[in-house]
Design a protein around this ligand. Structure first.
Ligand code: GTP
Ligand code: MG
Length: 217
């Protein structure tokens, strides 16, 4: 069976819940470099994964209404730690290190993959992984690796397309088609896509609504 993977269109009630969830302050809790450093698993959490420079930190800033909470940089590979943010007192937002940074030494990449896999498999309070994909480029081979890792870890993931402001209408449709085609091969893919621009605000309220839905269950 082929799934259509529509773009998420949350109901007004969900949008209001999303707005409420993100009204309280967001705080930076800590950067984690080893499993032992993870905070107690005492509340739901969601994580953001994606290749270096895809816009993870920018998306967290946009979601939480901050300009520079999660540092957004022009230097790929800057976010080297698993960064924990508190949203109010009921949710953790987790900014994962970017993958696919060609200049990183093999040993560093392997260390991160091991940590990432252990985190994904073992974190019981992880409600969903949001995998960010650049809307200009679609899903690349470096992304497929993490999608397969999520399948294997049985962590439901949802694709968030980023930088939509940089893509015109015909290209959007073509890339969406490629993304849908690829997601059909992944058992852990949540069957809706979110299209965002941290720059222009597109889709940010929708993503907040989806996250609010995850906190309810
Ligand atoms: P790492 O932490 O290195 O893995 O990168 P990241 O995924 O956190 O990316 P980051 O948020 O630092 O953004 C990378 C670059 O993309 C920055 O120059 C951002 O300004 C730019 N960027 C991020 N989101 C958007 C967007 O929605 N639109 C546009 N036009 N640029 C964006
Ligand atoms: Mg970052």
């Amino acid at each position: 069976m082929k799934l259509p993977f529509p773009v998420a269109r949350p109901e007004p009630d969900d949008l209001a819940d999303g707005q409420r969830l993100f009204a309280p302050e967001t705080g930076f809790l800590k950067g984690v470099v080893a499993l032992a450093g993870l905070p107690p698993a005492d509340r739901p959490e969601i994580c953001f994964a994606g290749r270096s420079n895809v816009g993870k930190s920018s998306l967290i800033n946009a979601l939480t209404g901050h300009k520079a909470l999660a540092r957004a940089s022009n230097t790929p590979g800057r976010t080297q730690e698993i960064n924990y943010f508190t949203q109010g007192d009921g949710l953790y937002l987790v900014d994962l290190p970017g993958y696919g940074f060609a200049k990183a030494p093999v040993a560093v990449v392997e260390k991160w993959q091991t940590l990432l896999r252990a985190y994904l498999v073992g974190r019981q309070t992880l409600r969903r992984a949001f995998v960010l994909i650049d809307h200009r480029h679609g899903i690349k081979s470096v992304d497929r690796e993490i999608l397969s890792m999520l399948d294997a870890a049985a962590v439901t993931f949802q694709v968030v397309l980023t930088k939509a402001d940089k893509v015109g209408e015909p290209a959007r449709a073509a890339v969406l088609e490629q993304v849908r085609e690829t997601l059909n091969a992944h058992v852990a893919a949540f069957p809706e896509i979110i299209v965002t621009s941290s720059e222009k605000g597109e889709g940010i309220a929708d993503l907040r609504a989806v996250i609010a839905g995850l906190c309810r269950t």
